[in-house]
Design a protein around this ligand. Structure first.
Ligand code: PRP
Length: 209
């Protein structure tokens, strides 16, 4: 059987993704994200994990240095890489929303800060609204608080960050879950291994509802 190279995101998706793969019957270590090692082999599962920054997962998969990867729908939509989206894993659920201060009044050509400039531009273009998108790399909620932007487009999970900073969700753009993606060539060359993993994950997801 082929060894599958898996691009595994560090951070919030990591733990639920490990749990799901384990539940599907693949013996992989619990503590992938605790180690400083960047390539971790799990021979019992016939897998090798490439520990990646979430935003880079689709890039590793498109270039074929990873056969498959686990990535949030948010990153997948923003990066728009040439990969197969195989499965909705149903983990790390959250949403992409337009957020602002509660007393915000509409202005011409508002500034919108976000980590997702492509996604935000597409959203407002489709709505026929002209905005100026400002790319930031983190702590996006700061932008309306300090006057950098009128609104932000960002991920909301528990809502705690918004609440603690006095911000409100104005519009939900779409729901986010993590996806299993595959390199197009790997999907053909390692089809048995990839399909086997997909089937087992799918049964676990079905059981969990
Ligand atoms: C994400 C997102 C929000 C927060 C939402 O940030 O950008 O800031 O989580 O989660 P909550 O609704 O549960 O509060 P992340 O923790 O990835 O860090 P960042 O601000 O550096 O992007």
């Amino acid at each position: 059987m082929d060894i599958l190279k898996v691009a595994m995101p560090k951070g919030r998706i990591n733990k639920p993704a490990i749990k799901l793969i384990q539940e599907a019957g693949f013996p992989i270590p619990d503590d992938l994200d605790d180690s400083r090692k960047l390539i971790i082999s799990a021979p019992g599962a016939q897998m090798e994990f490439i520990m990646a920054k979430p935003v880079d997962v689709p890039t590793y998969v498109e270039y074929g240095v990873a056969d498959i990867g686990i990535v949030g729908k948010d990153v997948l939509m923003e990066e728009n890489r040439d990969v197969y989206e195989l499965l909705d894993l149903g983990i790390a659920r959250c949403r992409m929303s337009v957020i602002g201060l509660p007393d915000w009044t509409p202005v011409m050509n508002p500034r919108v800060a976000t980590k997702y400039p492509n996604l935000a531009s597409d959203y407002f273009r489709e709505k026929g609204q002209q905005v100026e998108v400002i790319k930031l790399n983190g702590s996006i909620e700061l932008a309306p608080l300090i006057g950098l932007a009128d609104r932000i487009v960002d991920m909301v999970e528990t809502g705690r960050t918004l609440q603690e900073n006095g911000l409100v969700e104005m519009e939900e753009i779409f729901q986010i879950t993590s996806r299993l993606i595959a390199n197009r060539v790997s999907f053909r060359m390692k089809n048995e291994a990839i399909q086997g993993l997909c089937d087992k994950l799918q049964s676990i997801i079905a059981v969990k509802g």
